[in-house]
Design a protein around this ligand. Structure first.
Ligand SMILES: CC(C)(COP(=O)(O)OP(=O)(O)OC[C@H]1O[C@@H](n2cnc3c(N)ncnc32)[C@H](O)[C@@H]1OP(=O)(O)O)[C@@H](O)C(=O)NCCC(=O)NCCS
Length: 180
């Protein structure tokens, strides 16, 4: 698998995959399904300092297999980002997202030099919980009514992984990290 930033040119393939993945995504994830929604969505990633929209692609064909966003990036003493992710139905369940998450962890901790990534997951979302566990995320807590998903404020488990937990110890600190 390879990882690359989403662009406005991905519109048609992305929308087609979202439409084919309604059953897989419901009720956990809502992604843009019209050109207008897609262009607004991609605009979220215009400032890579605060959010990165990434696509997990099949290396041989370039086909999009999933998306993983690093959102709500906060620097300073936090150095943290929040993950959002979804597979697409035609290629789901083959380990592609697992490999993609592995690539994103390396990118976030080595290139972006973040200290921490969070994943907020609804307690009933078994597939997502398995993915987080498999990559060494630790359950830190539980927040009632944390996110507005599928028409209501949903409770979420709070999962996170730090660069230390992921074994990334040789990267110099990000310049925005205070010395003391
Ligand atoms: C959560 C989600 C992204 C997982 O995607 P996925 O395509 O099933 O992920 P993967 O294929 O990498 O892993 C799933 C299974 O493939 C299996 N698999 C098959 N071949 C594999 C391989 N070569 N390597 C690793 N795993 C492999 C894994 O064992 C895994 O099984 P398990 O989950 O029963 O342990 C997907 O279910 C999804 O999009 N859900 C809806 C959106 C969502 O919930 N997003 C998260 C909100 S918090």
């Amino acid at each position: 698998m390879t990882l690359r930033p989403i662009t406005r040119d991905d519109q048609d393939e992305f929308i087609g995959l979202v439409r084919a993945s309604v059953d897989l995504h419901h009720p956990w994830m809502s992604l843009p399904a019209t050109p207008q929604e897609f262009q607004t969505y991609v605009g979220r990633f215009d400032d890579p300092l605060s959010a990165e929209g990434l696509l997990v692609c099949v290396r041989e064909t370039g086909a999009i297999a999933g998306n993983i966003n690093i959102q709500s990036i906060i620097r300073g003493r936090f150095q943290c980002g929040s993950l959002g992710y979804a597979a697409f139905a035609p290629t789901a369940g083959q380990g592609y997202m697992s490999e993609g998450i592995g690539l994103v962890l390396r990118h976030a901790f080595e290139q972006l030099r973040l200290h921490r990534l969070e994943a907020n997951i609804q307690p009933e979302n078994e597939a997502s919980l398995r993915l987080a566990r498999r990559h060494g995320f630790r359950k830190e807590g539980y927040s009632p009514g944390l996110l507005f998903i599928d028409g209501a404020w949903r409770d979420h488990e709070r999962w996170a992984i730090t660069s230390t937990m992921a074994g990334e110890i040789s990267v110099p600190p990000h310049p925005t990290l205070p010395r003391h």
